[in-house]
Design a protein around this ligand. Structure first.
Ligand code: 4AD
Length: 585
């Protein structure tokens, strides 16, 4: 009410006051003598210019003083200067123009919206039906390539394909849809009434539908996935997808990096994109390739538990939980359980989740990751290194032999090649020398040259791997920086028979070693690490009931995928990444 009154008052006012020093151009001013404006232009805009109005102006602090130096002169209201009037009139004219344009635009928008709604309303009257005289459509997926393609006068197979709109291009004569169904991309062409229905006018990325029509070869010079397109004669929309502000294209963007927080919040939508889905396809193929390689090498797959009461890789990264009142952890590694499979099953492997309460946010650490682990019996360290090369090479060969998977890899990482054997082998002590020999030397985390015993930090390790640019089997780490169960080298008891596999772009993807096979030595190791041997009786007893020289390793599947698919972070190499601060969606 007060505001309405004020406006009415304002309209009645015929003399408006401007104080360029103490006035205000916001709601605190009304133009009254007691509440002057700051600028004449503002006053003109508020009161519609000079018609029927008088304006009085002053600069109460900086205005000219009288000839005899009296500052009271500044408080006298005077006619505004001509130049100020001209400027104010200019501002008013521009303002009126702007308002007019806005009104015209709003009217146009309103018209457009009305016409859009009418078109949509009219479109509801257009009903399409399947022509019963056409051949019965064969139900296929986009992956089915054994379909007759029409060309010239020759007819192609009439098919039914169900999928979702991935891309949409509306042209005057036809609407082009790229459909996805998880098995490929299919270009569909719609014309005539098919483009005019309510459904067609509300097509959006994500809309699910079944399309029916003849499969034809694309015309020479045109491009489409698999060189074919579906000439649609009928379709049924199964589920609409929003085309407004809620549209998928407004929720996620190709330009944003997938490991960024808002993209991870929308991971369910990001997964519909070509990059994310290609990485997931490669991942699936890699898991299968590991299973195939192990089967060829006669390993038995076992499935150790996730709830455990022993640690493997140090207490600091254990997720602890209450298990019916008992202190329990989520497993860090299935290694100890794998070792118990050796006596009766022979070499064993598993592909299971491992959990690490990593308190740092790096691009290669997750809290939950997929761990490919294997354990080999009656081997020596050389056998373990050879086996690692073999399994990695076999997996690469398998995935590259699959044209679909090789195609995804080519898109994601055009330079990717299976590594050639033998891999470069390097002892830890030589790596220390190598780091120090660089110009300038690659320093440790404290900013000093590396010394024997330093844990080679992630950054230094990655720089080394990137410079050498080859897979490296880095071996013989010092006892102090490795896990309690690792066997010491016979000839240098300061180091373990341990190996990390390092890959360019990622760094460590595998950690492995020969295991201590002597009972007493293992008991000593528990003591050294402050581990209570009681909970480990089942592990220790492997050394009591017929011990053997054995070893194994764990490979981080997400890191392996990051290497193959050239992903910046392991976060985009799993379906829904878990890391410090993120346990959703
Ligand atoms: O080197 P790690 O800690 O070794 C072990 O757990 C052994 N017990 C495995 C074994 O011998 N069976 O981990 C092995 C691999 C690492 O090289 C890395 O690829 C991956 O597991 N890894 C992680 N990946 C993602 N996020 C993490 N937080 C990871 N921690 C380890």
């Amino acid at each position: 009410m007060a505001a309405v009154q004020e406006l009415a008052e304002r309209a009645k006012m015929d003399t408006l006051y401007i104080d360029t020093d103490s006035g205000a151009d916001d709601e605190s001013a009304t133009g009254a003598e007691s509440k002057p404006y700051k600028s004449l232009a503002h006053a003109y805009i508020q009161h519609g210019g000079s018609e029927g109005k008088q304006y009085r102006s002053r600069a109460s602090k900086t205005g000219p003083v009288s000839a005899d130096g009296d500052p009271a002169e500044r408080l006298v209201w005077k006619e505004p200067a001509k130049s100020a009037v001209k400027k104010a009139q200019g501002a008013l004219d521009a303002y009126k123009k702007k308002v007019l344009k806005q009104q015209q635009q709003a009217a146009q928008e309103e018209e457009k919206e009305k016409s859009r709604l009418k078109t949509l309303e009219d479109a509801k009257k257009i009903v399409i039906t399947e022509d019963p005289s056409l051949p019965k459509a064969a139900k296929i997926t986009i992956g089915d390539k054994n379909v007759e393609l029409g060309e010239g006068d020759a007819k192609g197979t009439r098919v039914k394909v169900s999928g979702r709109i991935h891309r949409l291009r509306e042209q005057k004569q036809a609407t082009f849809l790229t459909l996805i169904d998880g098995y490929g991309h299919l270009q569909c062409v719609l014309a005539g009434d098919l483009t005019k229905t309510y459904d067609a006018l509300t097509f959006a990325q994500g809309t699910s539908l079944s399309v029916y029509g003849e499969m034809r070869k694309v015309l020479a010079g045109q491009q489409a996935p698999d060189n074919r397109e579906l000439h649609v004669d009928y379709y049924k929309v199964l589920g609409r997808s929003p085309s407004d502000a809620e549209a998928i294209t407004n929720r996620v963007s190709k330009e944003q990096d997938q490991w960024e927080s808002s993209m991870l919040d929308n991971r369910h939508l990001v997964l519909r994109g070509d990059t994310a889905s290609s990485v997931m396809k490669v991942r699936s193929a890699v898991e299968w390739a590991f299973a195939k390689a192990y089967r060829e090498m006669k390993f038995t797959k076992i499935s150790p538990p996730a709830f455990v009461q022993t640690q493997v890789e140090g207490g600091s990264t254990l997720f602890e939980l209450d298990y019916y009142g008992e202190k329990t952890y989520l497993t860090q590694s299935s290694q100890l359980y794998l070792e118990t499979g050796l006596p009766s099953l022979g070499n064993v492997y598993c592909i299971e989740k491992s959990f690490r309460a990593e308190k740092s946010l790096t691009r290669r650490h997750l809290s939950e990751y997929t761990h490919v682990e294997a354990e080999l019996d009656f081997i020596d360290f050389e056998d373990l290194l050879d086996h690692l090369e073999e399994v990695i090479s076999k997996v690469c060969t398998t995935i590259l032999a699959d044209p679909e998977i090789a195609g995804y890899i080519k898109e994601l990482n055009p330079e990717f090649k299976a590594p050639s054997r033998p891999f470069k082998r390097m002892r830890y002590s030589d790596a220390i020398d190598w780091l120090n020999a660089q110009d300038p030397p690659i320093l440790n985390e404290e900013g000093n040259p590396h010394v024997f015993g330093d844990d080679i930090a992630e950054a230094a390790e990655r720089r080394m791997t990137d410079i050498i640019n080859l897979p490296i089997l880095l071996t013989h780490f010092p006892v102090e920086i490795k896990a309690f169960y690792m066997k010491k080298e016979d000839t240098d008891r300061r180091v373990t028979e341990s190996v990390d596999v390092l890959m360019p772009g990622v760094g460590e993807i595998v950690g492995g070693s020969m295991r201590m096979d002597d009972y007493e030595e293992l008991m000593e190791a528990y003591k050294r690490e402050g581990i209570s041997p009681k909970e480990y009786y089942w592990y220790t007893e492997q050394r009591k009931y017929g011990t053997s020289p054995h070893g194994g390793y764990g490979l981080g599947l997400e890191r392996f995928i990051a290497w193959i698919c050239k992903q910046h972070s392991v976060r985009t190499c799993c379906l829904y990444p878990r890391f410090m601060g993120r346990c959703k969606p």
